[in-house]
Design a protein around this ligand. Structure first.
Ligand code: HEC
Length: 107
């Protein structure tokens, strides 16, 4: 009985490790693709993630990343200076949106 328990624990830990390793890292994606123009909390060439998280919903954020040319007007900009990241997959877009929401002010 104890032995069975041990194996159960061992394998569930192992499985968790894999699940964790496969989870996309929004911070890593941010550093790779966005950091040149966006800062987490300060205005840079583009607005800070903090200000974005405070005023936009998930759909607006994801559309802007994937297709800023189709979104910038709706968000109130007069022109678009952001490249589109249309080669990112849905999981990567979600991971980036999660990362942006980490900087939302707590109310
Ligand atoms: C070349 C510079 C540049 C890069 C790289 C860039 N952005 Fe932007 N981003 C901008 C600018 C400038 C704006 C302002 C609106 C516009 O120009 O379309 C913007 C706007 C945004 C907005 C909407 C702002 C709002 O008012 O809600 C989001 C969300 C956003 N960027 C996310 C990202 C993410 C995530 C990445 C990385 C995958 C990224 N951006 C990469 C320059 C950039």
């Amino acid at each position: 009985m104890r032995k069975k328990m041990f194996f159960f624990l061992f394998f569930s830990l192992l499985f968790n490790q894999f699940a964790y390793a496969n989870k996309l890292d929004g911070e890593k994606l941010f550093k790779e693709y966005c950091w040149g123009c966006h800062h987490q909390t300060a205005q840079a060439f583009g607005p800070s993630f903090k200000s974005i998280a405070n005023k936009r919903n998930r759909g607006e954020i994801i559309s802007q990343i994937a297709n800023p040319n189709g979104t910038y007007k709706t968000l109130g900009y007069t022109r678009n200076s952001m490249p589109s990241f249309d080669d990112l997959n849905a999981d990567e877009l979600e991971a980036l949106a999660d990362y942006i929401y980490k900087f939302k002010d707590k109310k």
